[in-house]
Design a protein around this ligand. Structure first.
Ligand code: TXA
Ligand code: MG
Length: 320
């Protein structure tokens, strides 16, 4: 696998119907031409992704939206105009020419304009949009650097387009519509507060088990290999634990305890954006060490704290 920031090389491989990893502001994606079934099938194979989990279509500008969808509710238009390019995915009625293998036979398509200079430049140089799920094997934590992609996939991919470390570090927020009203299917890098400032109160339907609309939202979806425990009372949990080699994943302050061998802090300044951008890379880093377990606690349920808590609960081995 080659890692480089050369857009021409990415264009070359994509035009050969190969899968290429691309940077976005949220996480890295595994991209292919939406109109080439074989290339799209390879994405599913490489990720070991179930075929009933549809892909996001990445387009180069908000103006292009109308080419790919059948109907745009007023509030969807407002959200696209406000937040694109950016970490927002809209699920809308698909245009007839969007292949069913992209949408897992649904009549809707998930679509977004990524806010990453390199990838926007790449999309400008292609004659087709890119289907791209996050660049991780199914059920693993998403990649936020080219090195993560390399470590996960090695020679299964010919090329990673290097765009540095992802600024947001958390997947896009996904919004669908019912009778023109927005519904959040997946919490993500665009906060609920930001969304509500533009379109008013939105419903959140983020839970896999009740949400056939976003089949990817299984409850365990972003787990590190080291078991992660979300605990209310750290002292109490650790006093009962048999394990002595634990890592603490904290928001701003370390937790000093004989069984905690290392503290990993998401943001010493208590900044939610910074915490989000550090979450996956910290979990991946912790997995390279030999800890018995990770203990953590929920962040405050505001701003991106909500999205981070969602990912923690999906990563958790146990919540007590
Ligand atoms: O930030 C992101 O969204 C990243 C970057 C690469 O753009 N992509 C990403 O893709 O997170 P993925 O495949 O890991 O997650 C996409 C989610 C899945 O849970 C899938 O079920 C949902 O989007 N989805 C895709 N098409 C859908 C549709 N038509 N209706 C409902 N949910 C859909
Ligand atoms: Mg994913």
């Amino acid at each position: 696998m080659k890692i480089s920031n050369d857009i021409n090389e990415a264009v070359f491989w994509l035009s050969q119907n190969k899968v290429v990893a691309i940077p976005t502001e949220t996480v890295y994606g595994l991209a292919a031409n939406i109109y080439n079934e074989e290339a799209v099938n390879s994405i599913y194979k490489i990720k070991n992704r179930p075929s009933n989990n549809p892909l996001i279509v990445h387009i180069k500008s908000e103006r292009e939206l109308y080419k790919y969808v059948d109907h745009v509710p007023v509030k969807a238009n407002l959200l696209a105009k406000t937040f694109w390019p950016g970490p927002l995915t809209l699920v809308l009625k698909k245009a007839a020419h969007i292949p069913n293998y992209i949408t897992s036979n649904k009549d809707t398509v998930a679509i977004r304009v990524p806010a990453h200079k390199t990838t926007l430049n790449l999309l400008e140089n292609l004659l087709f949009p890119l289907a791209a799920p996050s660049a991780n094997p199914s059920n693993n934590v998403s990649s936020t650097t080219a090195q993560h992609v390399l470590d996960y996939f090695g020679d299964k991919l010919p090329f990673v387009l290097d765009g540095g470390s992802c600024a947001k570090g958390l997947e896009s927020t996904i919004i669908g519509f019912e009778k023109g009203e927005p519904i959040i299917y997946r919490l993500g890098a665009l906060s609920v507060e930001h969304i509500e400032r533009v379109v008013g109160k939105v419903q959140i339907r983020n839970n896999a088990t009740q949400n056939p609309d976003a089949p990817g939202m299984f409850s365990k979806h972003y787990a590190p290999k080291t078991p992660l425990y979300i605990v209310k009372n750290l002292e109490d949990f650790l006093s009962k634990a048999n394990d002595t080699n634990c890592a603490y994943l904290g928001f701003d302050k370390p937790f000093i305890h004989s069984k905690i061998n290392k503290n990993y802090l998401l943001s010493e300044n208590k900044n939610f954006d910074e915490a989000a951008s550090n979450l996956y890379k910290t979990l991946i880093e912790i997995d390279t060490q030999q800890f018995d377990l990770i203990v953590t606690q929920y962040l405050p349920e505001i701003d991106l704290g909500k999205s981070i808590n969602d990912r923690l609960s999906r990563a958790a081995f146990q919540i007590n």
